[in-house]
Ligand binder design. Structure first.
Ligand code: FAD
Ligand code: UDP
Length: 378
């Protein structure tokens, strides 16, 4: 570590590393400081003892419609096309999901039901709500009470620790609803995973950035030790301001890895029918992910990561999800106002903007922010 840099970058996740790499391209020096013992933030992946990939902080399915983001990341990785397939397990049965004609055929116990039958059902069942004000209303307006209660109500309560009424409509709207047989979880044009996993992609970005890196270090520890011209902050928004208006809510989760030996895996090579299975019922976990379905790895072994949601407590866990909704909107807006007025600091990423952003949105925002920084500090 030197004693002076152009930029001090807080967080070695996508936001921090992409900006560090871009700043290097115009000759700027960066010190990247990361609290965890690895780079990659929440996208971090590893191999288990059988050499099979797993996502340490929950499943990360890369997808994008942005040519800019795809081209940028493709400088650091090759890709494996991925078909992200999700089922719901409830009442002892696997259900086709997101809701589509196949789900309706199962639900109505009529394998011959047509798209028109499903549309007629939706026309009868959907609750007429012109502008849904929250996540419950968004789904009631799309599919009605029956399907909402079966697929969304319990899952949402478990995932967020609060009812769907308390969450912004955008949360449940993330998932499409199809009237045909389309079972895609996402509609984006490009859906793929880095060929050798996320970690080598992050290593390549870090290498190109030529940044110095300090792991297992809170940025506050280095403040007395280095000089810098500008701070780039991708940690939690409220924490930067010592939670002076009160703590923003975050949701977190525990991710339990099960490494499965050959004799624990059925002959077909998989323990569940698709990549991800969601559990809206009384189980304490929300989903199980068998990544081998999309990595292209061939093995008689497998693994599962089971996700147990929990409320975030500082010092005990990592904040994973901002909680968009009535409880946090006003408070987050007050912190964003403070952030806008904070001299010499740029706030980027999912935690510092307190927005439920996907990876491609975060990369797009970092590229955009680079253009702004370059204009401001030529
Ligand atoms: P982060 O990855 O959170 O990085 C911020 C880093 O800052 C962290 O590593 C943190 O340790 C560090 N930090 C914080 N405070 C300090 C401090 N004081 N000092 C030093 N370091 C600090 N996106 C998708 O596109 N597809 C998906 O399928 C998907 N699934 C997801 C599933 C889960 C369970 C979660 C939690 C997120 C998912 N995402 C997904 C979103 C994705 O993780 C984020 O968009 C992306 O990781 C955000 O990058 P970031 O750099 O902004 O934040
Ligand atoms: N959701 C649900 N049932 C499901 C899947 C999702 O109710 O089987 C709701 C839930 O509120 C969830 C939101 O839809 O938080 C968005 O789902 P997504 O799979 O995008 O969640 P993420 O991967 O971001 O955790």
């Amino acid at each position: 570590m030197r004693d002076s840099y152009d930029y001090l970058v807080v967080g070695a996740g996508l936001s921090g590393l992409v900006l560090a790499e871009r700043l290097r391209s115009i000759g700027r020096s960066c010190l990247v400081v990361e609290r965890r013992n690895h780079i990659g933030g929440n996208c971090h992946d590893r191999k288990d003892r059988n050499g099979l990939f797993f996502h340490v902080y929950g499943p990360h399915y890369f997808r994008t419609n942005s040519e800019l983001v795809r081209t940028y990341l493709s400088r650091f990785t090759e890709w494996n096309d991925a078909k992200y397939r999700v089922n719901v397990f409830a009442g002892g049965t696997y259900w086709s999901f997101p809701i589509n004609l196949g789900t309706f055929r199962q639900f109505s116990r009529n394998p011959a039901a047509t798209e028109d039958d499903f549309k007629a059902y939706l026309a009868r069942s959907a609750v007429p709500i012109a502008s849904p004000a929250n996540s419950k209303e968004a789904i009631l307006a799309a599919v009605g009470v029956e399907l909402y209660e079966f697929f969304y109500k319990g899952y949402t309560q478990k995932q967020w620790g609060r009812p769907a009424e308390a969450l912004d409509a955008s949360v449940t709207r993330r998932i499409p609803i199809h009237t045909g047989l389309d079972e895609r979880y996402f509609r984006d044009e490009f859906q793929a995973l880095p060929k050798n996993g996320y970690h080598p992609m992050f290593e390549a970005i870090l290498e190109a950035s030529k940044a110095d890196l300090r792991l297992e270090t809170d940025y506050r520890e280095v403040l007395p030790l280095v000089r810098y011209r500008h701070l780039i902050y991708s940690g939690p928004l409220d924490e930067y301001f010592d939670c002076r208006y009160g703590a923003l809510p975050y949701r977190t989760a525990r991710y339990a890895l099960e490494e499965l030996a050959e004799d624990q895996v059925p002959a077909g090579g998989f323990v569940q029918p698709v990549l991800q299975v969601n559990y809206p019922g009384p189980e304490p976990f929300t989903r199980t992910v068998e990544l081998k379905h999309v990595t292209g790895q061939v093995s008689r072994c497998s693994n599962l990561v089971r996700e147990f949601p929990a409320e975030y407590r500082p010092g005990e866990s990592d904040p994973n999800y901002p909680v968009p909704g009535s409880e946090s909107d006003a408070l987050a807006a007050r912190y964003r106002e403070l952030a806008e007025r904070e001299p010499g600091v740029t706030f980027i990423g999912r935690l510092a903007q307190y927005r439920y952003l996907n990876m491609d949105q975060v990369v797009g925002a970092a590229l955009h922010m680079f253009d702004k920084l370059r204009e401001r500090q030529p």
